[in-house]
Design a protein around this ligand. Sequence first.
Ligand SMILES: Nc1ncnc2c1ncn2[C@@H]1O[C@H](COP(=O)(O)OP(=O)(O)OP(=O)(O)O)[C@@H](O)[C@H]1O
Ligand SMILES: [Mg+2]
Length: 408
Amino acid sequence: MIKVWTDQQEAGYLDRAPQRGSTFTYMPRAAPERAVSVTMPVRLQSWDSSFGLAPIFEMNLPEGALRERLRLAFAKATGVFDDYDLLTIVGRSQIGRVRYTGEEDALDQEVPFQSVDEILSSRRGGDLFRYLLERFATASGISGVQPKVLVRDQKAFSADSAPKSRLSESFRGATHIVKFWDPNEFPQLAANEYFCLQAAERCGLAVPGYHLAEDGMALVVDRFDLKSDGTWRGFEDFCVLNARRTDEKYRGSYETAIVKRFQQFANSPEVYDDLQRLFTLIVLNCALRNGDAHLKNFAILYDEVLGPARLAPVYDLVTTAVYIRADRMALTLNGSTEWPTAKELRRLGEQRTGASPSKVRHILEQVADAVASAAPALETHRRDHPEFAAVGQAMLAAWETGRSSLTQ
Ligand SMILES: Nc1ncnc2c1ncn2[C@@H]1O[C@H](COP(=O)(O)OP(=O)(O)OP(=O)(O)O)[C@@H](O)[C@H]1O
Ligand SMILES: [Mg+2]
C-alpha cells in the first residue's frame, strides 16, 4: 500500500486492485482540503480505476529516458515494473502538492544538493546528464518524454527575486528542472525552447526563470510550484482535468479539452484575464509552430485545492516544426490538427474566451509582434554558435510562416 500526502499531511491510501487496476481511499475524517485533486473531492467511497492509476497519481510519472533508466534499475528487484512501482520510487519528490510514501513511512523529501551554476557554466564536463541521472533519477517525480531531472539548489533559486523571498537553508526539496536533449532526435532542443520562452515573455505571458547552459546542452528552469516559504502549490495538468490517461495526451480539442475545461475548474475572479492568456498561448503555439501543445503542456496552479485556480505559467514551448516536417497541432481546432488560419483562431477567441473581436485581433497582432521581436536575439545566437546554425535557421523560417499566418 502507498500512503498519499497532500500539503505535507496524510490524505489517504492507494493500493493495487484486481485486473491491473487501483483504488484510493481517503483517511477517515480527512478534511475537504486534503483532496488530492480538484477532480477528486474527499468522500467516504473509494476512488477506483479499472486500469492503472487515477490521472492525478499518474500525472508526474516519468516517460521517455528517465522512465527507462528507473525501469532498468528497479525491474530486476520486482520482476515486473508498472506505474504503481514507479510511483513508489519517485513518489517522495514530485511536481505539485501530492507526495507518496510507504504505508508506515514519514514524509522525507530530501533531494541531494546540486549547484545550478555548475550546470550552466558547463564546469563538470563529461557526460553531465548521466551523472545527474545517477544522483537524481529517484528524486525526479516529473513527467515528459525529454530527458530531465529535478535538482536542489536553493541559492540560485529566483536569483532576481528579493533576498527576503529566498528559500531557507533548511529546505531540502527540489528547486529546479534540468532539461537535456537527445542529439540524434532533437538537436539543440534546449536553445530552441530558450528562444521560444523569450517570445512568450514578449507576449506578456508568465514564464518561470529559465537559463541556457553555456554549451547549450541543458535548459534549467525554476519550479513555479515552489513557494518562497518552502511549501508547494497545487499543480494539475489538463490530462487530469479531462480525466485522461497520459497516453491520451494527444486526444481532444483546444475548444473543449483546454478552453472550456479551464473555465470549468478556474473558480477564480481572474478567469476572464486567464482565458485571454490561455488564448494568447494557443495563438503563440501556432506562431512558433509548436506541434506538441498537448494536454500535459497546459496546467492550473492553486494555493488551496478548494480555492481559486489560475492558469500555470508557460512551459515546454518548442518549435517542433524543425524536427518533424509537415508537423501539425497536438490537439484539434475546429475539428482539424492542420495549422489554423487567422480567421479560425479569431473564431476561437471570440466564441470561447469572452473577448471582444477587437481584443482578439489585438492579441493576434501582439503575438505576431512578440515573435518578430524575439527573432534578432535568436539570429545573434545563431551567428555566434555554429552548432545552432541549422536549427536556428529552420526556427526563423518556421516563425516567419507561423507569424505571417496570423496576419492573413
Ligand atoms: N517551471 C516548472 N515548474 C513546475 N513544473 C514544471 C515546470 N515546467 C514543467 N513542469 C512540469 O514538468 C513536466 C515536464 O516538463 P516539460 O513539459 O517541459 O517536459 P518535456 O519532456 O519536454 O515534455 P513532453 O513530453 O511534452 O515533450 C510538465 O508536464 C509539467 O508537469
Ligand atoms: Mg511537456
